[in-house]
Write a protein that binds this ligand. Structure first.
Ligand SMILES: Cc1ncc(COP(=O)(O)O)c(C=O)c1O
Length: 405
């Protein structure tokens, strides 16, 4: 017998986003002046009361194992934040997980059998199809591409459903495009889902409070959600939330799930056999973030809109077509028109990967190749970082693109 890895590892690729972010970090550690537009960091720190709660949790800590569902404070704060969104969940219908990412991973583990299909509209967040493959499922990826305004239509969804469909994954606003579905579009998607009572729906709502331009035509300044017009979906709808993006806390790794009790119980079973519980300090911080004053959010939205607009102006000057994001904090410009050209540093730009490698090598700016999100004609840039760094990075990308022959 040889020392093989499990067969499932042959179908999984490491997250290209994390790969690019690591490459940028390594270059930075070597003293290079690298600017990262790669990983989705929100670019601000959480409010002071979050740190105060974290410090108090350190002082109060007794080193014990904790509840797998999450601390009572976190559970209560999350239930209240779902209520503010207009949805009632009991405490036994929610639980904490290791980030939204850990939540999605465990949900797929709990729900997908070998060969089950999971509908993932493309472009998609890079981890969705890989996670589906890890658990033995088959990602089905209808093209919510430029021709469709980067949104999945109700007709496309209906066509993607087969007898093997187990889950539909919905992400609004979307990473990587920042597209925001209107209330009517969400309702139309919901109407199709309502016809398939045998299908679970995972709504990845981690950017639902980061919506711009008055585009939040749901309740309370948030994105429209499936339950707004289709409350009948609640018995099979699974909501994934996270403090990472909204509260500037990606490194604290606190995600939350609201779902029917049977799903939450399955997550708790997995949790009891895997990570047991989230650490006390991040949970206290997350509870404070969810239950504390939310005014800072408006400041962040205003900042993000300003940075989005600056980014769109810069991309237009580079003649790179790009859909206008109405939420989250990414742009997804098309770079196909540059394929076949040569960079100022003499590198052939054959595809999205070559573009990102040359950009990092020559201008020290990290972006993620669009192929990671299901569209190899694009790149993804996160514009949420510090304003001065964004301006500098956009200047460098402009020089890189304009310098091509
Ligand atoms: C669409 C989407 N879902 C989930 C996640 C996971 O976020 P976290 O694990 O930090 O909560 C991300 C992170 O980038 C994301 O973009």
């Amino acid at each position: 017998m040889s020392l093989n890895l499990a067969k499932r590892m042959s179908v999984v690729q490491a997250s290209p986003i994390i790969k690019v972010a690591n490459a940028a970090r390594e270059l930075k550690a070597k003293g290079e002046n690298v600017l990262s537009l790669s990983i989705g960091v929100p670019g601000f720190l959480p409010p002071k009361h979050v740190y105060d709660a974290a410090k108090a949790a350190v002082d109060a800590d007794n080193g014990d194992y904790l509840a797998g569902r999450g601390s009572p404070e976190l559970v209560k704060a999350f239930v209240a934040s779902m209520r503010q969104r207009g949805f009632d969940y009991a405490e036994n219908e929610v639980c904490a997980q290791v980030g939204g990412k850990g939540a999605l991973f465990n949900l797929l583990l709990a729900l997908v059998d070998e060969g089950d299909e999971v509908v993932v509209p493309a472009p998609y967040w890079a981890s969705y199809p890989e996670m589906v493959k890890i658990v033995g499922g088959v990602p089905v990826m209808p093209a919510a591409d430029a021709a469709h305004g980067y949104k999945l239509s109700a007709e496309q969804l209906a066509a993607a459903l087969t007898p093997k469909t187990k889950i539909v994954l919905f992400n609004n606003p979307s990473n990587p495009t920042g597209m925001l579905y209107t209330a009517d579009e969400v309702a139309a998607i919901g109407a199709v889902l309502a016809q398939r009572p045998d299908v679970w729906v995972i709504s990845d709502d981690i950017y639902d409070m980061l919506v711009f331009d008055g585009g939040a035509d749901g309740k309370g300044g948030r994105a429209a959600q499936l339950l707004d017009k289709h409350p009948e979906l609640k018995q099979r709808l699974i909501v994934v939330q996270s403090v990472s993006k909204t509260y500037g806390m990606p490194g604290w790794r606190v995600g939350m799930v609201a779902a029917p009790k049977v799903v939450i119980d399955s997550l708790l079973t997995l949790t009891s056999q895997s990570f047991t519980n989230l650490p006390a300090v991040p949970m206290a911080a997350a509870a404070a973030a969810l239950s504390g004053p939310q005014e800072f959010l408006e400041t962040q939205r205003t900042r993000l809109v300003k940075q989005r607009d600056e980014t769109l102006v810069a991309l237009a000057a580079m003649k790179l077509p790009c859909p206008k994001p109405e939420g989250a904090f990414y742009v997804f410009p098309q770079i196909k028109g540059l394929f076949g050209k040569t960079s100022a540093g003499g590198r052939k730009i054959a595809d999205d990967v070559a573009f990102c490698e040359a950009l990092l090598a020559e201008e020290k700016v990290a972006c993620v190749p669009g192929g990671a999100f299901g569209d190899a004609g694009a790149i993804r840039m996160s514009y949420a970082g510090k304003a001065v760094e964004l301006t500098e990075a956009l200047g460098r990308v402009g020089r890189f693109v304009m310098g091509m022959k």
